[in-house]
Design a protein around this ligand. Sequence first.
Ligand code: DAH
Length: 347
Amino acid sequence: MKQQLEQIRLNGLRALDEAQSLAALEELRVKLLGKKGELTAVLKTMGKLSPEERPVMGQLANSVRADMEQKLEQRKAQLDAAALEAKLAAEAIDVTIPGEPVTLGHQHPMNQVLQEIKDIFVGLGYQVVDGPEVELAQYNFTKLNIEEGHPSRDRSDTFYFTDDDSLLLRTQTSPMQIRAMENTKPPICILAPGRVYRKDEADATHSPMFHQIEGLVVDEGITMGDLKGALVSLMKRIYGEDAVMRFRPHHFPFTEPSCEMDMQCHKCHGTGEVDGQVCSTCHGEGWIELLGAGMVHPKVLEGCGIDPSKYSGFAFGMGLERMAMGRMRINDLRLIFDNDVRFLNQF
Ligand code: DAH
């Protein structure tokens, strides 16, 4: 029996050592230590032993069982650790593999120019304000001294919401002048950029939606000299110190006197010709129109409760797309709104 037990121990320990999986280990446990296992089978024959031999064999059998149990635990721990190791290896993330490059966007060219213009005016003490795109005809036209019947109020030019033509998509940012003057007392010094809408077909220089930047300064003793100073310093900052500009008389119902500001064409340098051909940028004019401006009409001031005998002011309105096109040498307005990344990536 002793030999039998030693054999079980020897074979058992070796088999346990060689078990390659937890399932194989469980099978061995049943085979070696279970109720119908080898050890139990030997113990069942103990009855045949002499009383002297029985405790000796009993002790030996216990030590065989203890050895095998210990080996079982040890091997189980080893297999557990190996399984964990394999799982971790399978799920491992290799942080040394180079990542996929992330393509970063950037500001739209028009927003870049808007930001530049805002920065310049904020530096001059202007406050940037925002206003409604759905506007009352009162603000878009009437209070700006644009009377009923004026061509710009025509339904073929303006998007109206109501049958009585009282509510519309603003056609200009100038209504922000009225809102500013009604809401604050002078001194007023604001910049109001935003979207405006007109019934225009889209072409190289037109879009039914575009952007304007309105400026308004009202205080005692404001003159046309202040207007010129502000606008010339803006254009020099945007187009360079040697940019050539001119002011040209014009008419706007809400300013008196009124003017337009032009910049000498950067392509033909004012000659209107490039290589004997009509300059395509200014269409032979030699000048590029930048904005409308003027001294706020006394009727407009009065309508907003500001005494024109005490206060005066200047206002201007410029097209942002036009500024961006000049600044970035873009020759078709539609490119600005198409959002083709091949175009946008150039800026
Ligand atoms: N709102 C005018 C337009 O859309 C531009 C303009 C002209 C604005 C003169 C002004 C101004 O503030 O004083 O054509």
